[in-house]
Design a protein around this ligand. Structure first.
Ligand code: BG6
Length: 505
């Protein structure tokens, strides 16, 4: 449930992180645990066991975690909290393929840790490992009797994205996991749902009375969702070159934004009530025929260019990227949601790396008011209203409307009304993972993806991938770093008489 009691603490439990020496543990998971502990949301009886391929002693792992936390938090770190974590952090390493040695060690360690810290055997396993290992590692955990829930004890599993690479692999993965776990034990994480501004979409829409009556095809002309990044592929070419922008961002993060923007009000904030409504939107998104893929989707790959005055290299010359790579680093799609509320209202979505700046927003463009009244005035065009939900950075909401320019003539100017999160609520430092880890400990799956949602998302994206795979992208690279993407993406909207809004701050 979203409206949970702020003072509610989870049952005492142990978190077991697979992939504990990786980047996610360092940049997100431990910092999130630190902030949860600081704010009093972790149970007092709590421990973490890191598991990785690397052999390392618990002492060395504790030291690494302590150093990483100091780096992350900077000067203001709280030594007593670091000591608290150090007392309850453990590590074991080994070969994930060997179901006896490593998994036997994990079992022994869990026995020791639960006894030492007086923790009932509630476990949550965090799979920060490649998706190809999800089913096998989970299977080994089950084989060692660590996944069985009995006597009121719980066993939960969080799986990082990507959850599959297409519709068939996602179905296979769901089927494999559901042979050994129940759906209630599975938490498919999407870190966008941990963002306050993303959670606020529901509160904004359904906690106010003035927006919902106009939130439909009678008033809205179209919706634009932009998830732009200025960073390139960084050190992740191994993963990214096989995934591409579409798989990496669309069936997960962007579809979360689409469903929360488009869904009907749920009957309650219970996990399945919210997810049922999101799932209905995914089911209503029209599937693409091969011809639609050619007309309604655009892909791009970045060339060299400049970002904030600094030269940056082309994707094909980045570390680990093949010189002839055809992987897209940009994707734009026109989606049609075939239901009563949204018929005829296109949702244009785009995402890309090395774009002009980091910027994620949802823009709701309203229809124009009738011009009739202004025919005999100097006003040439009316301002069209829009609401922009600024997801990140500079989180906030803007309402754009027209106002009379003071003076004797009727003249119209475009103005903005702005709400800024930081001004109203102060800056909150978080990784976005706090809420998700906390919810998993409480057994609340509202902000996690259900099996059917993952499969519906792939149903939409897979036909696009099939056509893109079959037809080589001859024009790559087709946009300069530091631009807003390939010209074809502009044409996608121009054909409908519309334009991307790039200048929103
Ligand atoms: C990840 C993608 O899931 O999300 C990355 O794999 C992307 O490629 C990142 O950079 C974006 O997340 P955020 O929170 O920075 O918008």
């Amino acid at each position: 449930m979203i409206n949970n009691d702020a003072t509610r603490k989870s049952d005492s439990c142990v978190m077991i992180i697979f992939g504990a020496t990786g980047d996610l543990t360092k940049r997100k998971l431990y910092p999130a645990l630190y902030y949860l502990a600081r704010d009093g949301y972790l149970p007092s009886n709590f421990a973490v066991i890191g598991v990785g391929r690397q052999e390392m002693s618990s002492e060395d792992f504790k030291k690494k975690i302590g150093d990483d936390l100091k780096d992350f938090i900077g000067d203001g770190y709280d030594q007593s909290l670091l000591d608290w974590f150090s007392e309850r952090t453990y590590y074991t390493g080994g070969d994930f393929d060997d179901d006896k040695a490593l998994f036997g060690d994990i079992k022994d360690l869990l026995e020791m840790v639960t006894e030492k810290h007086s923790i009932p055997a509630n476990f949550f396993f965090y799979m920060a490992i490649p998706p190809s290992l999800f089913a096998d590692v989970t299977h080994k955990i089950c084989k060692n009797g660590l996944a069985e829930e009995s006597n009121g004890l719980w066993r939960r599993f969080i799986f990082e994205k990507p959850f599959g690479r297409d519709i068939s692999s996602a179905k296979q993965l769901n089927a494999d996991l559901l042979k050994i776990l129940t759906e209630k034990q599975i938490y498919r994480i999407d870190h966008y749902l941990g963002k306050e501004t993303v959670q606020n979409i529901l509160v904004f829409r359904f906690g106010n009375s003035i927006f919902e009556p106009i939130w439909n095809r009678n008033f809205i002309d179209h919706v634009q969702i932009t998830v732009a990044e200025d960073l390139g592929v960084e050190q992740r070419a191994g993963y990214y070159d096989k995934a591409g922008a579409l798989r990496d961002m669309v069936p997960n993060h962007i579809f979360q934004l689409v469903t929360l923007t488009a869904m009907e009000p749920p009957v309650s904030f219970e996990a399945d009530a919210v997810r049922d409504e999101q799932a209905k939107i995914l089911q209503a998104i029209q599937a693409y025929s091969p011809e639609d893929v050619l007309n309604k989707t655009v892909r791009g790959q970045y060339d060299s260019g400049e970002i904030e005055g600094k030269p940056v290299p082309a994707y094909r010359t980045e570390n680990g990227v093949p010189e002839t790579s055809e992987t897209e680093t940009y994707a734009a799609l026109k989606l049609s949601i075939d239901n009563w509320r949204w018929a005829g209202v296109p949702f244009y979505i785009r995402t890309g790396k090395r774009l002009e700046r980091k910027h994620t927003s949802i823009l709701i463009q309203f229809k124009q008011a009738p011009f009739v009244l202004f025919r005999d005035t100097p006003v040439e065009r009316l301002t069209t209203n829009r609401i922009v939900l600024h997801i990140q950075p500079d989180e906030g909401i803007t309402l754009h409307f027209g106002a009379k320019v003071p003076g004797p003539l009727v003249s119209m100017g475009s103005v903005d009304m702005d709400f800024d999160y930081a001004d109203h609520f102060g800056e909150t430092i978080s990784t976005g993972y706090e809420r998700l880890l906390y919810d998993c400990m409480l057994g609340d799956a509202t902000l996690f993806q259900r099996a059917d949602m993952v499969e519906s998302s792939w149903r939409i994206v897979s036909p696009v991938l099939d056509v893109w795979d079959a037809i080589p992208a001859r024009s790559f690279p087709n946009y300069n770093s530091g631009s807003w993407g390939p010209p074809e993406a502009d044409e996608l909207l121009e054909r409908d008489g519309r334009k991307w809004k790039n200048d929103i701050e």
